[in-house]
Design a protein around this ligand. Structure first.
Ligand SMILES: Cc1ncc(COP(=O)(O)O)c(C=O)c1O
Length: 344
C-alpha cells in the first residue's frame, strides 16, 4: 500500500468475504464496502460526481455542492468537498441515522432539514425538491442529483474491476437498490469486462421500484419510498429480478451476522444477505454470488442494534434471528466450520 496524501486515495480495494457455501459449490461473497473512508460505498460515486462536474465546467474553484442525501452520499461529498475546497450543503431528514448527520457536520457540511425535529419520516421527494430549488436560486451552486446522474453508476465501475481481480467470474450480483448506482454501475462494468452476471435487485417491502404496494420502512439508504420518483440510475434493462425484504428479516440478518461472526453490516446489507441466504440452494451449482455491503453496522448502534429501538417499532424478532443463525451454520464455509468445531 503506497503512502497517500488524500483521504479519497483510500477509496476502493475493499475486501471480499466468503460468508456462505453450499454442498454444490455455490458461494456467497460479500464485498465489504464499509472499508472505504466514511465507512460506505457511496464515497466512490461522490468523488465521481464531483470530478465529472469539474470536467464539464459545472463546478469551479470555491463552488457550492448541494445534494439530497440519506447520509452516506453526504458523507462522501463532505470528504470530497473538504479536499477540493467546495462548500457543501446536505439536504436531509430525520429518518437518516444520527451518526451520519453528526459526521457530515464534523467534516464541515452544512445540514438543511426538510422536517422538524421529531418527525422521522423518510422524505426523499421533499429533500430532492428543496435541493433543486436551493441550487436554482444560487448561481455558484451545483445540485449533484444522484438519482439522475450518470456519474453515480460510473463511480462503481472500479467495484467490478476489483471483483474480477479477486475471483474468476461473478455469476450473480445481488444487492440493494436505492438510487441504483451501485448495483447497475457494477453490473454495467462487469458486462463490459465480459462477465455478464445475473442481476438481482433487493429493496425493502414498502419500496416501489419493483412494483407492489408502497409503505413505510426503516431500512436506511435503500429503496424508493412512495411518492419519490425513480431516477435514471435504476437501469431496468439490466435487472433480471427484483426482490423485496422486510425490515424484520433485514435487521434480523444484520444482528445475526454480527452475533455469529463479529461482522457488523448495515440494515440494507442485512436485506441483501437475507435474500441471498434464503435461496442459496436454488442457484445453479457452483455459482459465485456477490453482494455489496453498502455500509457497516456501526452506524446503526442506536437503531438496528438497539433492542429498545427495535422493540418500540415491533421489529425485534428472535425467531427471525434464529432462522438466520441456522442458515449461517448450515452454509458455513469448511474453514469456519472446522474452527468452530475446534473451539467447542
Ligand atoms: C446503506 C445504504 N444501502 C444501500 C444504498 C443503495 O445504494 P444505491 O444508491 O447505489 O442504490 C445506499 C445508498 O445511499 C446506502 O446508503
Amino acid at each position: 500500500m503506497p503512502l497517500v496524501t488524500r483521504v479519497t486515495d483510500l477509496i476502493g480495494r475493499t475486501p471480499l468475504f466468503e460468508l456462505a457455501t453450499t454442498s454444490t459449490g455455490t458461494r456467497l461473497l460479500l464485498k465489504l464496502e464499509q472499508f472505504n473512508p466514511t465507512g460506505a460505498a457511496k464515497i466512490r460515486m461522490a468523488r465521481e460526481m464531483v470530478l465529472d462536474a469539474e470536467r464539464r465546467g459545472l463546478l469551479t474553484g470555491g463552488g457550492h455542492i448541494i445534494e439530497s442525501t440519506s447520509g452516506n452520499t453526504g458523507l462522501g461529498l463532505a470528504v470530497v468537498a473538504a479536499e477540493r475546497g467546495y462548500r457543501f450543503t446536505a439536504v436531509v431528514d430525520h429518518h437518516a441515522c444520527k451518526d451520519k448527520l453528526r459526521a457530515m457536520r464534523a467534516m464541515g457540511a452544512e445540514l438543511v432539514f426538510v422536517a422538524d425535529d421529531g418527525d422521522d419520516t423518510l422524505a426523499t421527494s421533499a429533500r430532492e425538491d428543496l435541493a433543486e430549488a436551493m441550487a436554482a436560486a444560487r448561481p455558484d451552486a451545483y445540485f449533484t442529483e444522484q438519482h439522475n446522474n450518470d456519474a453515480n453508476a460510473v463511480g462503481y465501475y472500479a467495484v467490478a474491476e476489483e471483483l474480477l481481480e479477486d475471483v474468476e467470474r461473478v455469476d450473480i450480483l445481488l444487492s440493494s437498490v436505492g438510487t441504483g448506482g451501485s448495483l447497475f454501475g457494477t453490473a454495467t462494468r462487469l458486462r463490459q469486462l465480459g462477465c455478464p452476471a445475473r442481476v438481482i435487485g433487493v429493496e425493502p417491502v414498502g419500496s416501489i421500484a419493483f412494483g407492489g404496494e408502497g409503505g413505510p420502512y426503516w431500512q436506511s439508504g435503500t429503496g424508493t419510498p412512495p411518492g419519490a420518483t425513480i431516477g435514471t440510475a435504476v437501469d431496468y434493462s439490466l435487472l433480471d429480478e427484483g426482490v423485496k425484504v422486510s425490515d424484520i428479516d433485514a435487521f434480523a440478518t444484520a444482528r445475526a451476522v454480527a452475533a455469529e461472526l463479529g461482522l457488523m453490516i448495515g440494515g440494507s446489507a442485512g436485506g441483501s444477505v437475507h435474500a441471498a441466504l434464503s435461496r442459496l440452494d436454488e442457484f445453479p451449482p457452483g455459482s459465485t454470488i456477490v453482494t455489496l455491503v453498502c455500509d457497516g453496522g456501526e452506524k446503526y448502534l442506536d437503531t438496528v442494534f438497539d433492542d429498545a429501538w427495535m422493540a418500540e417499532r415491533d421489529l425485534l424478532d428472535p425467531a427471525a434471528e434464529a432462522e438466520v443463525q441456522t442458515m449461517l451454520h448450515r452454509y458455513a464455509p469448511a474453514a469456519r466450520r472446522a474452527e468452530l468445531a475446534e473451539a467447542r
